[in-house]
Design a binder for this molecule. Structure first.
Ligand SMILES: [Zn+2]
Length: 453
């Protein structure tokens, strides 16, 4: 019973083998695979999800582009009807998520991942064992593109918040004994502690949030950090040209850019031939669209992205709206892979808090780090507004009770540990977070309401 939800090394190797075979496919083979897999997913959703039976009613034969767009609010509102295991209830998933440990499975079967919460309510993603194999194989696949020996010392700087996708993958990899030299370092630890751990580990491969790696690049330049990784991977946030330059200059390695989502795992990455990102077409379909959900041409950055996850039957995501902005590349990559190619992934670059550092530099802080500082405080959503000398944190709490002093002191301690000069912090409990004109919540913004850049 207990082993029912666990995946093993052999299953993972099988999944990875299939992924590698498909990478040698022609464009028409890839498209035929997508059409077949999508058809099966849609049939499954129509017959096993009361929500999709209504949502896609009369559209069984319509092309993907004519199906309605699914928002996060709809997903959460209709959660019990949307999932195809008819016994799953959102309230049970929520109760499980508040106390789950790194290796715990919901009903001893499902991996539960939640998004960091850029809207008032967190969204929950569920993965059955075979679906989780896809997620777990997605990163080794990309490592393989870069010719990496995954058994070499490998440090990943990530959040240890147990419901975060990268933390779950790291725990699972540890359980499976993948990558003998793998170390998962907590991004909420202070810079000094991270530098000491990295000097100790001497990783050949270093991966993490670009904001963290850019911060470590400064420590590399001033000589405190002495490591010489051969490969660097940036995940979870937008890798801006400034950050890429700073990392490349400090370490002498061009960072690879991985695009990973809580909804699907690592679904795109640069290869060794250029800056464009190859999409894992066997895992998902990405549509770059304007505000009215109309497709934008290659080379143009859309306003949002519609994601269809091809491998998740438990929780079908078909044309699911995500706020990242992507541009499909107009030209193919010189490496010869026939996958969909992205010229850019934007949209998260605004979500960074920058504070003066105690040693004169600027400290960039990612939303996931803030979430990590607030872990365990029963906060379901937050929004940070940065003024010149003050940070205002609006919080939605799980049970409407709020210890503002405790929340403020946790945030202050976390920021100080990262080396920031901490301004005064005020905490305000709210029922709902403030939304912009598009209906989205910007979780980090300057005091005038603009996004922080
Ligand atoms: Zn390529």
């Amino acid at each position: 019973m207990l082993l029912g939800g666990l995946i093993d090394k052999a299953g993972l190797a099988f999944r990875l083998g299939g992924m590698r075979r498909r990478e040698r496919w022609s464009r028409s083979q890839i498209e035929a695979w997508q059409a077949r897999t999508l058809e099966r997913l849609r049939r499954h959703a129509l017959s096993h999800s009361p929500f999709y039976a209504r949502f896609h009613s009369g559209l069984a034969d319509a092309p993907l582009a004519e199906l309605p767009v699914l928002t996060k609010a709809q997903l959460m509102e209709h959660f019990d009807d949307l999932v195809t295991d008819r016994t799953i209830r959102l309230r049970d998933v929520e109760a499980f998520a508040t106390q789950m440990g790194p290796l715990d499975l919901f009903r001893e079967r499902y991996q539960v991942v939640t998004t960091s919460g850029t809207t008032g309510r967190r969204a929950f993603m569920l993965f059955a064992p075979d679906e989780w194999r896809w997620v777990m194989a997605s990163l080794p696949r990309i490592m393989h593109w870069h010719g990496i020996d995954t058994s070499a010392p490998n440090a990943m700087i990530t959040t240890h918040v147990p419901w975060h996708m990268s933390a779950r993958c790291a725990s699972e990899a540890g359980r499976l004994g993948l990558g003998a030299g793998r170390a998962s370092l907590d991004c909420a630890a202070g810079t000094e502690a991270l530098v000491a751990s990295l000097n100790d580990l001497e990783p050949v491969t270093l991966s993490g949030y670009p904001s963290m790696l850019a911060l470590l690049a400064e420590n590399r330049r001033n000589g405190q950090l002495r490591i010489a990784p051969r490969h660097i991977f940036c995940t979870s946030e937008c890798l801006t040209p400034d950050m890429a330059n700073s990392i490349a200059t400090a370490f002498g390695v061009t960072p690879a850019n991985i695009y990973a989502l809580s909804e699907a795992g690592a679904i795109a990455s640069t290869c060794t031939a250029g800056d464009s990102l190859h999409v894992a077409d066997d895992m998902c379909i990405l549509e770059s669209v304007d505000e009215n959900n109309r497709p934008v041409p290659p080379g143009t950055t859309g306003e949002k992205t519609l994601l269809t996850v091809l491998f998740n039957r438990t929780m079908p995501l078909i044309r699911y709206e995500i706020t990242d902005r992507i541009a499909v590349a107009a030209e193919p990559c010189s490496c010869g892979r026939q996958t969909t190619l992205l010229a850019r992934v934007d949209g998260r670059s605004g979500d960074m808090l920058r504070l003066p550092g105690s040693e004169g530099c600027t400290i960039a802080i990612a939303p996931a780090q803030i979430s990590a500082f607030l872990r365990g405080l029963r906060i379901s959503g937050w929004q940070l507004t940065a003024g010149q000398e003050r940070l205002q944190l609006a919080v939605v709490t799980v049970d409407q009770s709020c210890d503002a002093d405790l929340i403020a002191s946790r945030l202050a301690r976390g920021l100080a540990d990262l080396g920031a000069v901490v301004p005064s912090i005020s905490v305000e409990p709210v029922v709902e977070l403030e939304r912009g004109l598009s209906g989205k919540v910007t979780i980090m913004r300057a005091v005038n309401g603009e996004k922080i850049h």
